[in-house]
Each structure stands twice: as structure tokens, then as C-alpha cells.
Design a protein around this ligand. Structure first.
Ligand code: SF4
Length: 392
């Protein structure tokens, strides 16, 4: 008997909960009760993310079989790797590439696994001789490029200008319920040393570093942008990235400009830190593009904290009192809006970083956010990196 909960009539978040929505092993208490009543083996499923967590359940005698669902899309070689000790790429429970795709009738493919769904045609190719590869940037794209290049047998060095790996993933992990996304970075921290990848932190790569290799992959990410309205240079304007990185601490009333994914998650972060929040969004919907399994959690958080949601509203100026904007009404007219606030947080998107290639003589491929693909998209970062490293 497999004990699970399934509700295929409504939001699949009830059946396959996203990270932070339900505890780990969330259906196990029911499996245990069933197991106490029957003599046949009982399986449990649901946010048993790691092999270690599964082993513990078996050792405790709480269930007889562990069923892995999403985990097998993220890493289909769990069983082989558990036997050999190779680090396993653990599912984030983000629901982006799997559950969202099911709900939207799209192609299912795990955001972290570039091969998933295309295993018959996409695989890491053997390397072509001995090559040295320089990877510039230790964000998720750079780390995936390093993994694939090293798996091909190449000698890989990752140069990261900051003192830590992860890039924007570290920011993405800051909002409530999101810390599990760090599993993506921890995987590379576990696997890269065993593949012989050298990681140089606090090292901004130079042309000499790149020229010492046979080829380079540049994954220098993106930077956040500001809307150039009057008052945008005011001291009360801060970047959502600085907020999420803990570089600035805000208090009081905050207007978040931009109600996309970063804006809504920054708003939740600010609520958690005691701020009053208003969101200003040009589109007619807050958190467009957010997983349908996560959206209800965000909206209930916003309702509980009385978050003002100004949709179809365009920022026009930042003043001493707050922000000025223009709202488009149902009949297409425009009306002025004033929102009093102590701080204005810009969460209006990001732009690819440029890397100075002056003096670089080896072939260079850009991957991830700096490649001009979609910025702040983990699936795109992984896939551009995987394919570039597989072609070296
Ligand atoms: S898309 Fe996210 S939730 Fe789905 S299998 Fe991949 S890591 Fe897990």
C-alpha cells in the first residue's frame, strides 16, 4: 500500500507541495498509522528529499518502502549514486519544471536537469583530448558548466570574484520558504571537488587567466536595474538585491516597485522583517509567472499583512513623501496615485553583465544570465551552461 494524498481536481500544491509549504516527509504520519494496521508493506511518498531521509524512515520502521517522485526527475541515478557514493542532485521542490508544467500542459523537464525528458538524445559527451577550461563566475550557470566540462575529463578552474558560490541563488534563498533552493548550490559544492574542479574564490578572472586555458566559459550573471524616474537617486531608494542580500535593513512603510517574482518575494521578506508593504506593478497581476502551487501561499501572506497591491500602475516619480504613479483604470483612463512610504525598493528586473574580453585570445562562450537568455531563470542558466560545456 502506498500512502499519499492526491487531489487532482484543484491546485496540485495540495498533492505535490512546493518547498516550505509542508514539512519534510509530510504524509509519513498517516503511513505509520496504516502500517500499524496491515501486514503488507507500506510505502511513503512526499518531500522525502534525500536518500539519508529515506534511510532514516526505514531504520525507524516507520515505512517499508520510500517512493521518490520529483527526486527521480532531478536525478534519475539516485540508486546508482547511493551505491557508489557519488553526490546526488537533490530536488528543490520548486515545482517549476514539473508540477507547473503539468498544470500548464507544457513539456515536463526538471529545471536542474538539462537531460530530463530528453535522455535518449542529450547526454554528456566524452571530451576531445586534454583541455584546460576556465569558468568565470561561480553562480549556478558557471557551476553547471564546470561540472559538465569536468565530467568530460577536462581540467577545470572556476574563478569567482566574491567570497562564496551561488550567485543569485543566494538571493533567491532569502525570502520566506525559499531556503531549500540552496540545495542546488550545495550539490556543486559536494560534487566539484571529486571531479577535480579547482575553485578560486575572491578571484576576478583576468585575460591572462582565460588565456592560460584552452577555452573559457563566461557566466558573470546580471545586475538589477532602476527605473530612471525623477527622484530615483534618492537615499530612500534601495535595490531588492541589496535587501535580499542583507546589505540594507529597512523598517516602516516600504513601496516595492515591480510585482514580478523578485518583487513579490522581496515583499514577503520585508513583511517577515516587520515592514508595511505596498507593491506597484505595471501589469494587471501580481506575481505573474509564479507557480500556481506557491501563489496561494503568497496571496494569503499578503492578505494577512494587508499588503497594498497597485496593479496597472506605473511609477512616475519618487518624492520625499513616497512615490507618485499613474494607474490605468478599467475604461483606459489614467489617474494619479500617491503612496506614502519611508523606502522604495526597486525590483524591476535585471540586465546581463558584460565581461571585458579585451586581450582574450581563447574561444569564449557566455552562459546563464550574461548570455542574453532569460535572466533570473534557473532552467535557462542550467541548460545554456550544460550545452556550452558539452560542446567544448
Ligand atoms: S523542477 Fe524543481 S521540483 Fe521539479 S523535479 Fe526539478 S528541482 Fe524538483
Amino acid at each position: 500500500i502506498q500512502v499519499a494524498q492526491a487531489n487532482h481536481t484543484g491546485n496540485m500544491g495540495d498533492t505535490i507541495p512546493p518547498m516550505g509549504a509542508m514539512p519534510y516527509n509530510w504524509t509519513l504520519p498517516v503511513a505509520e498509522r496504516v502500517k500499524a494496521l496491515v501486514s503488507v508493506p507500506v510505502a511513503t511518498v512526499g518531500r522525502v528529499v534525500s536518500v539519508e531521509a529515506g534511510e532514516k524512515i526505514l531504520e525507524d520502521g516507520a515505512a517499508d518502502i520510500i517512493a521518490y517522485g520529483r527526486s527521480l526527475m532531478c536525478d534519475p541515478d539516485i540508486a546508482l549514486k547511493a551505491a557508489t557514493g557519488e553526490p546526488i542532485r537533490e530536488c528543490l521542490n520548486c515545482n517549476k519544471g514539473c508540477v507547473d508544467a503539468i498544470q500548464n500542459r507544457k513539456y515536463i523537464s526538471c529545471v536542474l536537469n538539462a537531460e530530463n525528458g530528453d535522455e535518449a538524445t542529450i547526454a554528456i559527451k566524452p571530451g576531445e583530448g586534454d583541455k584546460k577550461i576556465a569558468v568565470v563566475g561561480g553562480g549556478i550557470a558557471g557551476l553547471e558548466a564546470a561540472r559538465v566540462a569536468a565530467k568530460r575529463g577536462y581540467d577545470v578552474t572556476v574563478y569567482e570574484a566574491s567570497d562564496h558560490l551561488g550567485g543569485q541563488i543566494v538571493l533567491a534563498a532569502a525570502p520566506p520558504r525559499k531556503d531549500e533552493i540552496m540545495r542546488s548550490v550545495e550539490y556543486y559544492e559536494k560534487i566539484l571537488p571529486g571531479l577535480g574542479v579547482k575553485v578560486e574564490l575572491n578571484h576576478a578572472a583576468t585575460a591572462e587567466d582565460l588565456n592560460a586555458a584552452d577555452a573559457a566559459i563566461v557566466a558573470v550573471g546580471a545586475h538589477d536595474v532602476v527605473i530612471p524616474v525623477p527622484g530615483a537617486d534618492s537615499d530612500k531608494v534601495v535595490s531588492s538585491w541589496d535587501v535580499l542580500a542583507g546589505k540594507v535593513e529597512l523598517a516602516g512603510r516600504v513601496a516595492v516597485i515591480g510585482g514580478g517574482l523578485v518583487g513579490t518575494e522581496t515583499a514577503e521578506y520585508l513583511l517577515q522583517h516587520g515592514c508595511e508593504v505596498a507593491i506597484v506593478e505595471m501589469l494587471d497581476k501580481i506575481a505573474a509567472g509564479e507557480s500556481e502551487t506557491i501563489l496561494p501561499l503568497i496571496m494569503s501572506d499578503f492578505a494577512e499583512h494587508n499588503v497594498e497591491q497597485h496593479v496597472k500602475t506605473r511609477l512616475t516619480a519618487i518624492t520625499d513623501e513616497g512615490v507618485e504613479a499613474v494607474r490605468t483604470t478599467e475604461d483606459g483612463a489614467e489617474e494619479p496615485v500617491k503612496i506614502a512610504c519611508d523606502y522604495v525598493v526597486m525590483a524591476v528586473g535585471s540586465k546581463a553583465n558584460a565581461f571585458d574580453l579585451d586581450g582574450v585570445t581563447v574561444p569564449v562562450t557566455c552562459v546563464g544570465d550574461c548570455s542574453g537568455e532569460r535572466t533570473a531563470d534557473i532552467a535557462s542558466a542550467i541548460r545554456t551552461a550544460y550545452h556550452a560545456a558539452n560542446e567544448l
